[in-house]
Design a protein around this ligand. Structure first.
Ligand SMILES: N[C@@H](CCC(=O)N[C@@H](CS)C(=O)NCC(=O)O)C(=O)O
Length: 216
């Protein structure tokens, strides 16, 4: 019996990726929900010196950085495999994970999702329209490039679900609920992929809290 603990706020898309991977592998886990502000506490900084979530603990082993956690899960629980062995498919998978972590999250989701969904629903703030408008070119670039890389494939690395799809889908779930990204995504292969991803039991089982789900 594995003892898999995920420290996070259940609204976190990065944490959701970890949950989705565990769901796909039918591995039980427990969410250790963080209290508001806990991320900035000294105690939490001992778990994650950079003050981000998620952090996982597994039988005394602690790990942060989502893509490292996803690869750990795939190495530990091999069925079904979530990383291709064919070099080009593996390259594509890693490229998508990189695009998410370097461009889509910091330059687009962190701004647009925060101002349109997290702030208004959880913090009672109004969207900063100027910040959203400034992030729009990056949204167009990121979503356009992801759409191009997906092409006609069922999943980002080909015919099978990989960590790329699992890493990206929770971010796109929120982005698709914002007016600017919904407009960019309309009638794209990327949008059809997101609908297919959202239909998976692993995505159903890991839906964010009700108030954010309604917004998204
Ligand atoms: N590189 C980190 C990024 C994680 C991340 O940024 N998580 C967000 C929540 S989705 C966070 O911790 N935000 C808190 C903050 O920025 O203060 C990873 O892959 O785990």
């Amino acid at each position: 019996m594995s003892d898999f603990i995920i420290h996070c706020n259940p609204a976190s898309p990065f944490a959701r990726s970890v949950c989705v991977a565990l769901q796909e592998k039918a591995v039980p886990y427990r969410i250790q929900a963080m209290a508001p502000g806990e991320i900035r506490s000294e105690a939490y900084r001992k778990l994650h010196p950079f003050g981000r979530m998620p952090v996982i603990e597994h039988n005394g082993y602690r790990l942060y950085e989502t893509q490292a956690i996803l690869r750990y899960i795939d190495a530990l629980f091999p069925n079904p495999a979530l990383q291709p062995t064919e070099p080009q498919a593996l390259g594509r998978m890693n490229q998508i994970i990189g695009i998410n972590d370097w461009y889509l999250f910091p330059q687009v989701a962190r701004i647009i999702v925060f101002h349109r969904i997290v702030g208004p629903k959880l913090l009672g703030t109004s969207p900063d329209e100027a910040a959203c408008a400034a992030a729009l070119p990056d949204a167009e670039l990121c979503l356009g490039e992801l759409n191009r890389l997906l092409g006609k494939q069922a999943f980002f690395a080909g015919d099978h679900l990989t960590l790329a799809d699992i890493h990206l889908a929770p971010q796109l779930f929120y982005l698709a609920a914002t007016p600017e990204c919904a407009r960019i995504l309309k009638d794209t292969a990327l949008s059809a992929w997101l609908i297919r991803m959202e239909a998976r039991p692993s995505m159903h089982a890991t839906l964010p809290p009700e108030e954010l789900r309604k917004a998204a």
